[in-house]
Design a protein around this ligand. Sequence first.
Ligand code: ATP
Length: 746
Amino acid sequence: MTSPSPARTIAVLTSGGDAPGMNAAVRAVVRTALARGQRVFAIREGYEGAVVGGDRIVPMTWSSVGGILHLGGTAIGTARSERFRSRDGRLAAARHLLQAGIDSLVVIGGDGSLSGAAVLRQEWPSLVEELVASGQVEREAAASALPLSIVGLVGSIDNDMSGTDITIGADTALHRITEAIDAIASTAASHQRTFVIEVMGRHCGYLALMGAIATGASMVLIPESPPDVDDWEGLMAERLRSGRQAGRRDSIVIVAEGARDRQGNPISAEHVRQALRERLNEDVRVTILGHVQRGGAPSAFDRIMGSLVGYAAVGELLASPPGSEPQLIGMKDNRVTRQPLVQCVERTRQVAELVNTGDYAGALALRGTGFESALRTLRTIVRALPHPPGAGQKRFRFAIMHGGGPAPGMNTAVRAALRLLLDRGHHVLGVRNAVRGLVEGDVFEMGWMSVNGWASRGGAELGTNRRQAGDRELYQIARQIEEQKLDGLMMIGGWSGYAAVAKLVAERERFPAFDLPIVCLPASIDNNLPGSELAVGSDTALNNIVGAVDKIKTTAVASQRCFVVEVMGRRCGYLALLSAFATGAERVYMHEDGVTLADLQRDLERLKQRFRHGKRLGLLIRNEEANPFYTTPFLCALFEQEGGGLFDVRQAILGHLQQGGDPTAFDRILATRLAALSVDYLVTRAEQERSGAAAFVGIREGKLKVTPFAELAELMDLENQRPREQWWRKLAPVVELLAVPGPEAG
Ligand code: ATP
């Protein structure tokens, strides 16, 4: 690959607090730079390394970032540098950068680190002038150097930066928070005990709010939205007490570090504990999660996001003239974006300032509509009991059911939908065992507490399977809908669930009973559903695969070994490609691309060549239906037999562990958001008595969307049961570029 701009010497550094996923970003910066023929350095220990110089500025090769993708923290070190805050410190840093020939800097850190980058960029000409005037740098050397270019990437668990929807590390922090709260919830429930849990977030309640949605906590206190009464302690105690009376066994209050009351006084976890102890007259325990939230292996999302923004950072440097205005590379609406860095830093400061001055509405508005609607949904689903129905209000009867394979997050979606519907005064019926339950009338009325604890529970409590209704069973379904007097149906499921709904919709003329509002909510680990870029369950499956591959890789450390890992997905390669991205696999076999003998021969030659040059571990990921003949055992046998004794080959068919376990925080939050949208759809259509209403909900380009069911055939490749458009396929070249060294990489 050639670039039109002059060759660059790029340096990457991590600064401020460490965040899981920083390694993925560093790896991507280094490897993309090398693949594009640029020189690249790492500056160890953040800005402090630039101030000190010498061996803190290290030339990087392809292999110097090998084996770090799955590690937490940052392999190149980070620091908070007091010296860099002074002009003298920055002068020393500028001298060291110039001496190493560095003209482009990728800074990975929080808002402080990115402010530092902006200051350095702004002062750069005067720093160079001063270095020349004092004889520390030759005038010719300074004149021939390119002006400094800077790109910022946001590595911070708090998710408090303007200019990106999500920061590198926030998703992993949510993993840690949900794991910890799930664990505490089980002991709290055993003893009927109350826990107060403090999570990070000095100015930003993101982790606390999303942690509360994901775990079903009883209450959350965040900086942007203080309780709206003075006696919030009394209100909180009352809420917990009525929760207990309603049958709740665990009471959990989540407090963000920066929480405050409406006068602006800080609310500490200890204060909450004392207030509850006095009012509830019981022992209340505090857990401060602290640095656990930063630690551990990065989640699949953080590895992928870190890689994507790192890759884009180098692209940005090479596409813009030297010395251009610094840009921040972030993610908005599930796409990589660039925005002027200085503005992002300023807007971030502004939110903190609004919180400090008590303008909470202003702060919430700047956080964006997603944050606000998450807060609204949370306020409903954490209630001890629903609001009573309005006088004279029409109370509809809605049924909730599943279809398809189990997907982690199905229970979370049922819980949220049920509570939102009950809170609006409607009745909710649960259908057991998917289509069979609808045929047999295995239906029961669900109450508020019937879903207690479901927010975090894997599997599908209502039961799910792939069965479809036969022609004769359609009569029975129609009868059940009439007997149960259903006003709407919510299908939370995978492709079999969508297919079952498609059949009802197609038969509406013959069976008028089917003409009730129906909504489908995508829940499938395969992520092969129309109208949504992501399905509930796929993030959990991806993390299950990534965790398993991390372990498998460690077994090969001592030997020359190549693994062929088979993952689920039916004919959709989402899990295969994304798990390859997150684990650094060098080859992905997917049904979408097909597999030919020529491909396999090329892969074999490439493996042999790399093992001959010192490679110790090979990793290939194969989608379960990539090719019916070139199966996983076949690939293993072929590579083993033809590998010339350079390596062993082992297969790992991951199987059902991929569907198992509790849903990730992301899947729980997605399930909750989609459930809220589905509820809105059903209730509005039922109120309008709209016939012919059927739709599927989803998330596209970061926005919640409703798509009419009539578009199903257009959107789906029905033969292969996957969407015609698969947004993630364009990631394939990046996956390969970061995993396989080209001849340029050296
Ligand atoms: P976190 O989100 O984890 O707190 P951060 O990047 O905001 O990360 P800070 O401690 O605020 O962490 O900043 C990290 C480093 O960036 C500082 O130690 C300092 O070296 C540099 N820095 C921050 N602000 C400035 C500034 N205004 N001018 C120069 N350098 C700065």
